[in-house]
Design a protein around this ligand. Structure first.
Ligand code: FAD
Length: 384
């Protein structure tokens, strides 16, 4: 019998699963992604997920390793500074670092599509959409997936990688098979997304190379530019109880008048009221667990291993870095899963946990500390 490449099953074709397929196909594996949803590239609107993301050096390094960084940079918008919107309408920039440092605003759907297309370019990658992971048998190396018509598919592989997000079913299977420590915590704040359309002459309605922030101490709104249609996507983060107290058009508009007056004309009254009254705010969860693997044939990465609140803009970036770090261990141990999995798990865990903590801390920084005297003083220097 001729040589047969080892087979890898990736559960989840989101950002991390798709990038992982690019890394693993480069190593010559026979890669199968099984994704719960239909192909994101053919969908009009992906509800319930943030539309825009910030991509930082951490994520770009991982994209670079599979040759996708330049393509991504060209389709994103560099953000050099935060733009603080004070209550009286004053806008003041606070830079992130030196003039040549920036993060990128990227479109989630575009990025996910780009990664799936890049993975598919390699003939050893197969993507199975509408395949819901149900369970697996670690001893046999088999995973079971359910299709929309109710039928089941069994896939046998040498390695199962769970990239199936914060509520990971693969993680659930690992928890049954090994002594995994697990913590999940919600914050009392949720979020909704709004939109600032382009101007009548199709220009951005605010300064473009900034992450706009309306910090109001107890809560905040942020806006990221969207290169695809010159709009801004806004995210309002706020305690659930404040969301729930706004039940009428008048209450919603009064709240915006009081807290975000300069945003009303930009967003539009109807968009504010309709979004506020029709959308349920979404929760924000932190997940920490340890170890990330079981035996020599299953490991979790991305949000499945370390979901974090979005305030540090590092959830996806950290997940991308997981793929890079895993690839480095694969190189070090010559693709020997029995060595790679425990080493990767032990090495990666403290870093990912630290990122979860930093993400929680940065919420206070974004909604409150930027209003402090220290930041107001820094404005003076940022103007130079
Ligand atoms: P996901 O993106 O959740 O993908 C998981 C995939 O698995 C999905 O496609 C899902 O359909 C699939 N799946 C789930 N269950 C199954 C199953 N049973 N069978 C098969 N497939 C399954 N991060 C940043 O770096 N920068 C940011 O600016 C940023 N902003 C954010 C803003 C908000 C409001 C939120 C909520 C998050 C933000 N994040 C940000 C975090 C980022 O969205 C996540 O870290 C990232 O999406 C994780 O990627 P993932 O592939 O691990 O998981």
């Amino acid at each position: 019998m001729g040589y047969q490449a080892q087979k890898v099953t990736i559960v989840g074709g989101g950002l991390v699963g798709a990038l992982n397929a690019c890394f693993l196909s480069k190593r010559g594996f026979d890669v199968h992604i099984h994704e719960l949803r239909p192909d994101i590239r053919k969908q009009e609107l992906v509800r319930g997920r943030s539309i825009n993301l910030t991509l930082s050096t951490r994520g770009l390094e991982a994209l670079k390793a599979v040759g996708l960084d330049e393509e991504m940079k060209q389709s994103g918008i560099p953000l050099h500074s935060r733009m603080i919107h004070d209550l009286d309408g004053t806008r003041r920039p606070i830079s992130y670092g030196t003039k040549d440092q920036c993060i990128m605003s990227v479109d989630r759907k575009y990025l996910n599509g780009l990664l799936l297309t890049a993975a598919e370019r390699n003939p050893s990658v197969n993507i199975h959409f509408e395949h819901k992971f149900v369970s697996c048998d670690f001893q046999a190396g088999t995973s079971i997936f359910k299709k929309p018509d109710g039928s089941k598919v069994t896939a046998k592989s040498d390695l199962i990688i769970g990239c199936d997000g914060a509520y990971s079913s693969v993680r659930h299977q690992i928890m049954k098979a090994t002594r995994m420590d697990f913590q999940q915590a919600y914050i009392p704040h949720g979020y909704i997304e709004l939109r600032i359309p382009p101007t009548a002459d199709n220009k951005f309605a605010m300064e473009v190379n900034y992450l706009h922030i309306w910090p109001r101490n107890e809560f905040m709104m942020i806006a990221l530019p969207n290169v695809q249609d010159n709009s801004f996507v806004l995210t309002l983060f706020m305690p659930f109880e404040i969301f729930e107290a706004k039940k009428t058009r008048e209450q919603v508009l009064e709240f915006f008048n009081k807290t975000f007056p300069d945003s009303i004309e930009l967003i539009g009254r109807e968009e504010i009221v309709n979004t506020f009254l029709s959308l349920k705010p979404l929760p924000l969860v932190t997940v920490k667990c340890q170890p990330y693997h079981v035996g020599d044939n299953c490991v979790i990465m991305g949000d499945a291993a370390h979901a974090m609140v979005p305030f540090y803009g590092q959830g996806m970036n950290c997940g991308f870095e997981d793929c890079l770090v895993f690839d480095q261990f694969m190189g070090k141990f010559d693709n020997d899963f029995a060595k790679v999995l425990p080493e990767y798990s032990e090495y990666r865990n403290p870093d990912a946990k630290a990122m979860c903590e930093l993400a929680l801390y940065n919420y206070t920084e974004m909604r409150e500390s930027v209003n402090s005297k220290f930041f107001l003083a820094r404005k003076h220097f940022d103007n130079f």
